[in-house]
Design a binder for this molecule. Structure first.
Ligand code: AMP
Length: 303
């Protein structure tokens, strides 16, 4: 089983209180694919410029990420720069340069058209819908977005959400999208826009899943070393969707386990800049942290 993803492949420049990285590999599609590839094969749809180095292409290929959908266009690769204060939960965007993404018209390779699992990573919502419309019969469609698009392309985003089963966004974005400060009310409003499931990412405070049936909440793994939260959300989504696609089960119990796998992947990613921690990560470490998560949240009922 593979997952089709459309998202950004980028050069990121990031500054946190613990260090700085210039023009390193990043992008929502990159983080998602790398994380999901621990669970399943990934088909990546994106565009890069002529300045994108072969070593990054080789890294993605080494992860069993199919790159037939990655095109190279004349011009520069997408660039994002951001900074974080001691509250690492919120990135402040300094600059977004869409570059080759501004005129990208994705044409899916024949081999991607039958995809059952689709992830619309954070990118222009019009592009997300363009890609989704080409997929013949998707079974599970999940989506991410950010304040940049909620502000700048609200109508297009609301249109895309009609076709989405699972929306994964952070708490500030839920409030902004719903125009409602109370999280429970905001979640209800977002669920009325189309998605049957809303996963709210809350940084170091964990993640909460809202469905029409109820609410599930998981803490984040308590970490002593957090260097760079960039990509945590996409890495979370990669673990979440990767697990669901690998077990082909979308029951409430499977979705709860998927939230923990997502949280585990994100907890590793923030331990280093860019995708450095993902490069050295072994699946046995993922399993070990998953077990620690079970202990973290285990408690007995009231007798
Ligand atoms: P996250 O920290 O998981 O929310 O995602 C961070 C990644 O999103 C970075 O690697 C950026 O390159 C990418 N990114 C930032 N802004 C945008 C945007 N407007 N569209 C697409 N990708 C973006």
């Amino acid at each position: 089983m593979s997952i089709l993803v459309v998202g950004s492949v980028a050069f990121d420049s990031v500054e946190t209180p613990f260090g700085k990285a210039e023009e390193v590999l990043g992008g929502s599609g990159t983080y998602f694919s790398t994380s999901a590839s621990f669970y399943t094969n990934v088909d990546l749809v994106a565009v890069v410029g002529e300045d994108f180095p072969q070593e990054h292409v080789d890294f993605l290929k080494s992860r069993n990420i199919d790159l037939s959908g990655l095109s190279t266009a004349e011009g520069k690769t997408f660039r994002w720069s951001g900074t974080y204060g001691y509250d690492l939960n919120e990135a402040q965007t300094l600059d977004t340069q869409l570059n080759v993404f501004a005129s990208f018209c994705p044409q899916l390779p024949e081999s991607y058209l039958q995809a059952e699992y689709v992830f619309l990573a954070n990118i222009d919502p019009e592009l997300q819908l363009d890609v989704l419309k080409q997929v013949v019969r998707p079974k599970v469609v999940a989506c991410d977005t950010m304040n940049f698009w909620i502000d700048g392309k609200r109508d297009a985003l609301i249109n895309t959400l009609k076709y989405v089963d699972i929306l994964l966004i952070n708490d500030g974005e839920v409030r902004q999208l719903a125009d409602e400060p109370n999280m429970v009310k905001a979640a209800r409003k977002v669920l009325a826009m189309g998605p049957k499931t809303l996963v709210v990412k809350r940084g170091e405070y964990g993640a909460t899943m809202f469905t029409e049936h109820g609410v599930f909440s998981a803490p984040a793994y308590p970490l002593e070393t957090v260097y760079d939260p960039t990509g945590a959300g996409d890495t979370f989504a990669g673990g979440f969707m990767g697990y669901l696609a690998s077990v082909r089960d979308h029951s409430d119990a499977a979705m709860r386990r998927a939230i923990i796998f997502g949280s585990v992947m994100a907890s590793f990613n923030v331990e280093a800049f860019s995708l450095e921690r993902m490069r050295s990560l072994e699946f046995s470490e993922v399993e070990e942290r998953y077990r620690k998560f079970q202990l973290l949240t285990e408690f007995s009922g009231i007798d």
